[in-house]
Write a protein that binds this ligand. Structure first.
Ligand SMILES: [Zn+2]
Length: 483
């Protein structure tokens, strides 16, 4: 082992230990009182904002010019809202270590071949972003350990305990080492046996690796989990994980049912963002509890005003309470969610998302019969996941036309490309009918067969790709940056 590898190993063990300790402290706050969680959040917010005011030239200037920061308690609502384009544009002056330069980091992360630390210190992650422009995120040890605590917490909720012999955790997900899912998969190694399989692996090799490993814990993107359902039914995949977890994409009720049927366990849904917001279903599976110990979450409308629980917001504003190298204060995350106004039967006080409609960039805006616009969410296409002939689908908006790309479940069956089994007609009618019921005027739908669908750089399948030209002009928000 060379010095870099020894450094890496030491750091990994320290991260793991610290993440487990942090998770224990969090679970002691889980059942309230809420005031105790609020006290912890305010303490962390003060630490992060005061650190930014001192070490980030971007925030130092902003706070000096606007006077938003005085000697009194830090008030979240007075802090400026940040979006990803601002974050990338002002990257070099926003970070708290002047050695971190956006262009050098983009170059370095592009050449990364394994789990590595920049300057033997920082974790660097990329997000693909709907507009095609990448987001660059940096975590120092403290920030990364808070992500680790979220994962430790979610695996504990799903029932995974360290044992001897060790538990076997398999992850089917991101292909590249710059993706948070791939880096997070390394966190539990040592404590458990970990196998991270890239989604880009040919399906027979994926199946073979899983058969050999026999995971006790299996985590996958819902779209990949559906492939595994088919393989398990066909008898080629023979695994019986005790814990099944999906992450990162929309999972419809139909997908949940099929997973449960194939693997005979109730799947947990995990939510994670590179911005640091994590959450998980508890044992009651009634929505995703957000890990508010490590991030503050505001659900806001298109004007940036708070939305009460029970109503869908337009996006989330996320404040990371532990990232001290790249302060992420009120950063926009384009997820459209509804928070549950009722307490969870588990008694945990953490806010709960009971509906995730998808990213707001994935919401289609179509002309309504009454003259206005109808918002069509990815969940409105759930009827396609119920179709027994389909393996997966993607809806691409092209002006008024919706192109529905479908992959048949049995490519060698009569449903294969070129055959006339009525699949296209049946699906386009069903979708058009659904859109009419939503109030869309003259829906135009075409269905095209494909053998596979394009995925994002992180390997995720986007169910809906909106046409940016058809999106309504966004109302002005609170967004502002220091000049
Ligand atoms: Zn609960």
């Amino acid at each position: 082992m060379n010095t870099t590898q020894i450094c890496y190993q030491r750091r990994h063990l320290a991260d793991l230990g610290a993440a487990l300790r942090l998770a224990r402290a969090q679970s002691s706050r889980e059942h309230g009182p809420r005031a105790e969680l609020a006290r912890h959040q305010q303490q962390r917010l003060e630490a992060v904002v005061r650190h930014a005011a001192t070490h980030s030239p971007f925030y130092r200037r902003h706070f000096a010019e606007t006077g938003t920061l005085d000697d009194g308690p830090v008030q979240l609502r007075r802090l400026p809202v940040l979006d990803k384009s601002l974050l990338m544009e002002h990257f070099d002056e926003l970070v708290c270590d002047p050695r971190l330069r956006r262009d050098e980091l983009l170059d370095w992360v592009g050449r990364m071949t394994r789990d590595q630390l920049y300057l033997n210190r920082y974790r660097v992650m990329l997000t693909s972003g709907s507009s095609g422009s990448p987001g660059l995120f940096i975590y120092d040890a403290i920030g990364w350990r808070s992500i680790g605590s979220g994962l430790a917490r979610s695996t504990t909720w799903s029932g995974l305990r360290p044992t001897l012999p060790r538990q076997r955790m398999a992850f089917v997900g991101a292909a590249g080492p710059s993706h948070i899912g791939r880096q997070a998969a390394t966190l539990g190694s040592g404590l458990h046996r970990v196998l991270a399989l890239p989604i880009t692996l040919p399906l027979p090799r994926l199946v073979e690796a899983l058969n050999q490993f026999q995971p006790t814990y299996l985590q996958a993107y819902p779209s990949a989990a559906m492939w595994l359902v088919d393989e398990q039914h066909a008898g080629r995949l023979r695994v019986s994980p005790r814990i099944l977890v999906t992450v990162a994409e929309l999972r419809t009720p139909e997908m949940t049912r099929r997973l449960q049927e194939a693997f005979e366990v109730r799947p947990f849904d995990l939510y994670g963002t590179t911005e640091g917001l994590f959450g998980s279903e508890c044992e009651h599976h009634q929505g995703i509890h957000l890990f508010e110990d490590t991030t503050l979450v505001e659900n806001v409308d298109p004007d940036g005003q708070p939305v009460p629980p029970g109503q869908p917001g337009a996006r989330l504003l996320v404040t990371n309470l532990y990232n001290l190298v790249q302060p992420l204060l009120r950063l926009e995350v384009t997820d459209v969610v509804t928070l549950d106004p009722n307490p969870c039967p588990c008694g945990r006080i953490l806010a709960r998302m009971n509906t995730i409609y998808g990213r707001s960039d994935d919401v289609l805006s179509l002309c309504a019969r009454d003259g206005g616009q109808v918002a069509v969410h990815p969940l409105h296409f759930a009827l396609l996941t119920r179709d027994p002939q389909l393996r997966e689908f993607q809806v691409i908006q092209d002006g008024p036309l919706l192109r529905v790309l479908v992959v048949p479940r049995h490519p060698s069956s009569p449903a294969a490309a070129g055959s006339d089994d009525g699949l296209e007609t049946r699906l386009s009618h069903a979708i058009a009918q659904q859109l009419l019921e939503l109030g869309v005027q003259d829906p135009q739908v075409t269905v095209e067969r494909h053998s596979e669908l394009a995925r994002t750089a992180g390997g995720k399948l986007k169910l809906v790709i909106a046409d940016p030209a058809s999106r309504p002009v966004r109302k002005p928000t609170l967004l502002r940056a220091p000049d």
